[in-house]
Write a protein of this length. Structure first.
Length: 398
């Protein structure tokens, strides 16, 4: 690899990657030429992983406005972003691989996860082939465009989780941060919680959940992952030298306070446009991919080209959410809601506002621009090194 900082910057200009860094200064012509060459090199390197999934990727249009992407789930059915297509009020069409264009209508809605099912007439489309493999933390992911180019890329930053706090089982205890364990010493008990109803008291130490020893606060939290409200669990608690088993009926987590404000919304939008509906999904993986809001809804692949899920939302400058393939499959086992009865979750009003951008300089680097440029390029250098290592591992495994 040439020891120059400029070629790596090309990754930030990938076709379809959302809102390239706003604070990167204007490039000189020779730098721009290097950028374009590196972009082409990157596209060629990643394209084999995107080829198959691109056949199951569509763009959803209303008139001349692109609303979202979609994933073909059967030959004439497409899963896409409900809050985006709902705004169109009909007159939908989809554009698939090879430039095929088909009329589409909304046939059903999964309102809680902000997904809609479109039905098309005409030529059959290529259904996606899911993989149930869960990507590891740090795994490289990419979202294709219908023509096989990348729409976005990034890595897994947080493993699968439920963003609906009120859907999570709630024990109702706050543990002491000063207690070094083993176990969790109860510092506070939420009123009207399962812990309160079971008679737990402050100062007691939770030693086990079921047969699972509890080493500390994180272990207690992890022991409740996947447990539904309404479930009963057995706790082994210690008071002094006495231990007793207590059965607790878990409840729903109470609504947590939200802190809206112009400052928070402005910070969320600093990296470019964000999705109108971008939280409270049931099962998602968090990534640092940066698709545009009108590129949400398409498949996401790993470096082997396996479709591991679909994009769900761009949430801010550094985060986007992907619903894993297993969660999508589980969702599709249930019939969608009638589109005529479905509601769109109230979006953050600021999400619909245009992004205010500073005027581009007429030439040369802005003050401090060289340092910012090198900082961005260092980040992209790490990504390129990671990709090369992953691809070498793939080649060795074949």
């Amino acid at each position: 690899m040439k020891q120059t900082i400029f070629p790596i910057l090309g990754l930030l200009w990938l076709h379809g990657v959302a809102a390239a860094e706003d604070d990167i200064p204007l490039l000189r012509p020779e730098e721009q030429q290097a950028v374009e060459a590196q972009t082409a090199e990157f596209n060629r390197a990643i394209q084999p992983a995107l080829t198959e999934a691109a056949k199951s990727t569509v763009r959803v249009w209303s008139g001349k406005r692109r609303l979202a992407y979609g994933t073909v789930i059967v030959e004439n059915r497409i899963l896409t972003k409900w809050s985006e297509v709902a705004r169109a009020g009909g007159n939908l069409r989809v554009e698939g691989a090879g430039g095929v264009v088909l009329a589409a209508t909304v046939s059903g809605v999964y309102e809680d996860d902000d997904l809609a099912v479109l039905e098309t007439t005409g030529s059959p489309l290529t259904p996606v082939r899911w993989t149930m493999t869960s990507p590891a933390l740090g795994s490289f992911l990419a979202a294709p465009q219908p023509d096989g180019r990348p729409a976005a890329f990034g890595v897994v930053s947080v493993l699968e989780r439920n963003l609906r706090d009120t859907d999570s089982a709630f024990l109702g205890v706050i543990g002491s941060m000063d207690f070094t364990g083993p176990g969790v010493r109860i510092e506070e008990i939420a009123p009207d919680s399962g812990a309160a109803a079971a008679g737990l008291k402050t100062g007691q130490i939770i030693v086990k959940v079921g047969e699972r020893p509890i080493s500390g606060l994180l272990e207690l939290k992890n022991s409740l992952v996947g447990v539904s409200p309404g479930s009963k669990i057995k706790l082994l608690v210690r008071s002094g030298k006495t231990e007793e088993e207590v059965e607790v009926l878990l409840g729903n987590r109470p609504d947590l306070p939200h802190f809206p404000g112009d400052r928070l919304r402005q910070m969320e939008r600093m990296g470019g446009p964000i999705s109108r509906v971008r939280d409270s999904f049931s099962r998602v993986i968090q990534t640092d991919m940066r698709p545009r809001p009108d590129q949400i809804g398409g498949p996401v692949v790993d470096l082997k080209g396996r479709v591991i899920g679909i994009t769900m939302a761009r949430t801010d400058r550094t985060r986007s959410f992907v619903m894993p393939a297993a969660a999508v499959q589980k969702l599709l086992e249930n019939a969608p809601q009638d589109a005529a009865l479905a509601q769109v979750r109230k979006p953050d009003e600021q999400a619909a506002l245009p992004v205010r951008r500073m005027a581009a300089p007429q030439g040369g680097l802005q003050p401090g621009g060289e340092d910012r440029l090198r900082r961005h390029l260092t980040e992209m250098q790490r990504l390129m090194d990671f990709m090369r290592e992953e691809m070498e591992n793939l080649e060795q495994g074949r």
